[in-house]
Design a protein around this ligand. Structure first.
Ligand SMILES: [Fe+2]
Length: 205
């Protein structure tokens, strides 16, 4: 598996977000996670990697994670995926937070994912883990064979996601963290913002 991390900046707010591209070397199939800004930067990388873009996966409905999904699909194809609740929330500017800017963001979702769903990128298998709390639509994406998980804004290096935005819930994020901390200690964690970490390091903080 090839994994690229691109730091992108939303055009709507002053915030850097991690966009990830993962690709199966054999089939060239790929998934782009959270294309939250800098469309040209993401597109350039996808073209260099000669990807067949299968999925555009959104870890949650916040604008800094979803902003360029539409453009990416238009230019390189791929199905836009988010959780069931996320499919509604992406089209609610109060919840996707775009109302805070002068631009109301709407996105058409192609498929909804649920807890325990399995997605395939070539031979790579990824499991959806429902991890509400930062928003009620947050999911993480676990790849057992590669020993890594994409956690969006649920679990980050030395921190967890805020719960004071619409649909956020402190109790729920605590439950979600418990779920994530059941994963093997040496699982690499790739968050929506900031540096990568491991389950062990975050569990111990
Ligand atoms: Fe967020």
């Amino acid at each position: 598996m090839i994994l690229k991390q691109i730091e992108v900046k939303s055009s709507l707010i002053d915030e850097f977000t991690n966009c990830y591209i993962l690709q199966d070397e054999n089939t060239k199939e790929a998934m782009c996670i959270d294309p939250g800004g800098d469309f040209e930067k993401i597109k350039e990388m996808l073209e260099i990697m000669e990807v067949k873009l299968k999925y555009i996966y959104l870890t949650h409905s916040h604008m800094d994670h979803i902003e360029k999904a539409k453009e990416l699909k238009k230019s390189l194809g791929g199905e836009i995926l988010i959780s069931r609740k996320g499919a509604q929330n992406v089209n609610n500017p109060d919840i996707n937070l775009s109302k805070l800017t002068n631009y109301n963001l709407y996105i058409e979702i192609d498929s909804r994912v649920d807890d325990k769903d399995i997605l395939h990128i070539g031979d790579i298998e990824l499991e959806v883990i429902y991890t509400p709390g930062h928003t009620d639509d947050s999911t993480s994406l676990y790849c057992k064979s590669e020993n890594l998980i994409f956690t969006g804004d649920t679990l980050m290096y030395m921190g967890i996601g805020r719960t004071d935005f619409p649909t956020g819930n402190k109790k729920e994020i605590k439950k979600s963290l418990k779920k994530l901390f059941m994963l093997p200690d040496n699982t690499f964690v790739y968050p929506g913002h900031g540096l990568p970490t491991t389950i062990k390091d975050e569990k111990e903080r």
